[in-house]
Design a protein around this ligand. Structure first.
Ligand code: NAD
Length: 297
């Protein structure tokens, strides 16, 4: 069997087009644009690229983008003051503090100072609690993007066996919560899991969020399963001195067995920023008391 390719790039484009429409109607209703603020501390090149891309896509969707850059040696108190100002700013609906922060800053403390109703990354403990208790809040962008792709592909996920490989706070754990909320039978595998191959082989849905290039082989996959590869790993390319991106799943062998699979790049990756914009627009509607059918976007 050759798996269907789940095209996250196309899905993200369509999502952004829906968001642009809703952003325009929000502006017409309120007289202001929905606003997303991104705070970047230091000069990490990957973070700079990511923040630039977020800013561009925010503006392209018809929303206001606010960027705050602090030097790598800024104090934690300076960062907390920026977050406090953004919490109080009515033009700002969503706040994202780009991680990782420099070592002298306490990430958990910084995130805990973001207004939970502007926490569009969904990392604040209040939003973690809301997700695990089924209350409306904000869900981390990458796992929410994965669920959107899965529901688009499979319709109802109810009763399916799902295995999430990885238990990080930003991907694995919220992914497991979301699958549980869709009535899947969920197994969370991690670095101490015994017989990982056997665990994966039981699953109708496999979500790999490990950070190990091409670790999950086609021979581990149940025939017809849906495979969501969250991993982004840079490895040496065939051409001397060049690199290429691969996922946590060995795409070539897995695509021979799976029913559907996300490629890397072009699968989960493009969803993350699109979902961030979605969360910011949802925040704007909630904060301004403007109705929005959140399930429809
Ligand atoms: P992490 O390092 O925080 O967590 C990795 C998890 O994998 C851990 O829970 C660990 O227990 C588990 N693990 C490690 N080795 C294992 C093994 N041999 N067997 C089973 N489990 C093992 O990573 P993360 O932040 O969750 O990211 C995971 C991957 O997803 C990375 O490649 C990252 O780049 C990628 N990622 C992609 C996006 C995106 O937008 N597509 C977003 C976030 C993360």
């Amino acid at each position: 069997m050759t798996a269907a390719i789940i095209d996250g790039k196309a899905f993200a484009e369509a999502l952004r087009a829906r968001l642009a429409e809703k952003a325009a109607s929000f502006e017409a209703a309120t007289g202001r644009k929905a606003g997303l603020a991104v705070v970047l501390v230091g000069e990490d090149p990957a973070s700079q690229v990511y923040v630039r891309s977020k800013g561009k896509q925010t503006v392209a969707c018809g929303m206001a983008s606010f960027e705050h850059k602090l030097p790598a040696d800024a104090s934690e108190a300076e960062l907390l003051a920026v977050v406090a100002a953004l919490n109080a700013d009515p033009a700002v609906d969503g706040i994202l503090v780009q991680l990782p922060l420099p070592g002298h800053m306490d990430e958990a403390k910084v995130i805990s100072t973001i207004d939970p109703d502007k926490d569009v990354d969904g990392f604040h403990v209040i939003n973690v609690g809301r997700l695990s208790t089924g209350m409306p809040g904000f869900v981390p962008c990458t796992p929410l993007g994965c669920i959107m792709l899965l529901k688009d592909r499979l319709g109802s996920l109810s009763g399916l066996d799902a295995v999430v490989i990885g238990r990080s706070n930003i991907v694995g754990k919220p992914m497991a919560q979301l699958l549980l909320a869709e009535s899947c039978t969920v197994t969370v595998a991690h670095s101490r899991t015994r017989n990982l191959e056997e665990v994966v082989r039981r699953a109708d849905i496999v979500v790999a969020a490990v950070g190990r290039p091409e670790m999950v082989k086609g021979s581990w996959i149940k025939p017809g399963a849906t495979v969501i590869d969250v991993g982004i790993n840079r490895v040496p390319a065939a051409e001397e001195g060049k690199t290429r991106l691969v996922g946590d799943v060995d795409f070539a062998s897995a695509a021979e067995v799976a029913g559907a699979i996300t490629p890397v790049p072009g699968g989960v990756g493009p969803m993350t920023i699109a979902v961030l914009l979605r969360n910011a627009l949802v925040a704007a509607h909630r904060n301004a008391g403007v109705a929005l059918d959140e399930a429809a976007i």
